[in-house]
Design a protein around this ligand. Structure first.
Ligand code: GLY
Length: 363
């Protein structure tokens, strides 16, 4: 098993990655129960179903009056005010008090919703992440971003709520649909492109799947990179670089998700296309070569990720969606561009003309 941590002074927490990490989460639950503290596990219903034997056996060993499971659909629509309210009511029914804890067992949706509920219920109770998708393991479970969607956009209401621990057990990935696994790989490729050319080289050598021997190390490497960024710019306030670097490929990606209609592309698939568009933009700005762009496409394709749109979208619509992105500040789009493979930087200097020219070339 791999172990890392996010260094945030008194709020420092550990990240465990690999087979057996779930047992550590169970040990933590058992410890909390024996201290007389109540815990609620918000669990993805698919995960409960796919791992029913293991989960019912493990959860059955915890005291019934101190441990509760709340099932969650895991679909994006769960990230709503109405579901948040229901969840907080369920916490109250379980008699969760300020000494209690919330555990999120599932992917990004469950983590975002349960984390936001934990940040606001009784003005905040302890929170633990037990991610079960690759995307949640390498990205959303680490760093404390939680929230829900409103009609004006995704994740527009939320809070920074750092977990007290992250337990990423790779055994859960074995039942993840292959398309979801690939979507998580887009975030893995993103980390390599942000700051680690050698890692990018390694990713080009083999296709990664849930059985890959190197998987735990790869996830741990991504968590380590994310932990370093979060430790230095927790609230994403740095005027340059900092946490915003993690948005590489996301400015295009979010706009594609929105214009195609949410659900058409998985988040990671849209990020994959966004990485290709960012590579083209970076080439047009004089930083990357054509051969760099091809290398990036090759690594994404190797992991079954899309490198072009499935059906055409209009450049103007995408540009409009990008202007409404919550990462835009004072009317300027904040881009992350690749100065080279493995070295990315934020930039507020990218003009709309440059963006439109890339989109026209690509669409
Ligand atoms: N997913 C980007 C971040 O956590 O900042």
């Amino acid at each position: 098993m791999e172990k890392g941590s996010v260094s945030l002074g008194k709020r420092t927490y550990d990240i465990f990655v690999g087979r057996g990490a779930f047992n550590l989460a169970l040990e933590k639950l058992s410890e909390l129960c024996s201290e007389g503290r109540c815990s609620v596990c918000v669990a993805d219903s698919e995960v409960l179903r796919a791992h029913s034997k293991k989960l019912s056996e493990s959860f059955g060993k915890l005291p019934r009056e101190k441990f509760f499971v709340v099932e969650e659909s895991g679909g994006e629509s769960a990230k709503s005010f109405s579901r948040l309210e229901e969840l907080c009511d369920e916490f109250a029914s379980a008699k969760l008090d300020r000494s209690g804890s919330v555990f999120a067992l599932g992917g990004g949706v469950v983590g975002d919703l349960a984390g936001f509920a934990a940040s606001s219920y009784m003005r905040g109770v302890d929170f633990y992440q037990v991610p079960t998708t690759l995307l949640a393991m390498v990205d959303s479970s680490v760093g404390g971003k939680t929230g829900i969607n409103i009609s004006a956009g995704k994740n527009l209401v939320g809070a920074f709520k750092q977990p007290k621990g992250v337990y990423a057990d790779t055994d859960f990935l074995k039942t993840l649909p292959p398309r979801e696994f690939s979507a998580g790989m887009a975030e893995v490729v993103k980390y390599a492109l942000i700051s680690d050319a050698d890692f990018f080289e390694e990713l080009g050598a083999e296709r990664i799947d849930p059985e890959s021997e190197s998987l735990s190390k790869i996830i741990a490497k991504c968590c380590e990179m994310k932990a370093a960024v979060v430790a230095s710019d927790e609230m994403e306030t740095s005027p340059v670089n900092g946490r915003a670097l993690l948005n590489l490929g996301h400015t295009f990606g979010h706009a594609i998700e929105k214009c195609a209609g949410y659900g058409e592309y998985l988040h990671g698939e849209a990020v994959s296309i966004g990485l290709v568009l960012t590579a083209l933009l970076s080439r047009n700005l004089g930083f990357l070569t054509d051969s760099d762009v091809e290398r990036i496409k090759r690594v994404l394709t190797l992991n079954d990720l899309p490198v072009k749109l499935r059906s055409p979208l209009s450049a103007e619509e995408i540009l409009k969606a990008m202007s409404l992105d919550k990462k835009s500040s004072r009317g300027r789009k904040k881009f992350v561009v690749m100065k080279s493979i493995g070295k990315s930087e934020t930039s507020s200097e990218v003009s709309d003309e440059e963006v439109v020219s890339v989109l026209r070339e690509f669409l």
